[in-house]
Each structure stands twice: as C-alpha cells, then as structure tokens.
Design a protein. Sequence first.
Length: 89
Amino acid sequence: MNPANIAWSQISISTKMACGAREASHSDEGKTLTFKVGRALTWVRVQYDEGADLYGVQLLKGRAATVKVNYHGIGAEELSETIYGMVNK
C-alpha cells in the first residue's frame, strides 16, 4: 500500500461523510492524496513527508486550486480532525 492509500484509510468514514469527500486520487508516486470535498471546486491535498513520518494537509479552492489553509506536521491520528476542521469552518 502506498502512503496515499494509507492516508485515505486513516480518515474516518464519519469525516469523509461530513465533508462530502469523493473522487480520491493519488500522485507523486503515491505520496500525495487529493480528493474533492463539499461544493464544486474545493479539494483537500494530503502529502506524506517520509523523513518526518507526518502529513501536510492543504485546502484548495477555485479553478486555480489556490491554497486557502495549509498545515504541516500532522500525525495519522490527527488527519480526520484536521480535515473536518478545515472543510467545516
């Protein structure tokens, strides 16, 4: 399993449902997970930092995928809470 698939599995079902998470995909040799949330043109990007064994999480909006919220150093146990908080502000 690559880091993107592991990250997707570590996000709780309740968070995915509450955020409207869908259309998950991975890139960067499986180190980056991107999925749509909420309304159109809003995405979450989760990037794995192998050296620190932590994640970076970004909320992207608009056609240009502008970064609106950016967190670094997120542990696997904090992914669900962080993503829920970003999307539901």
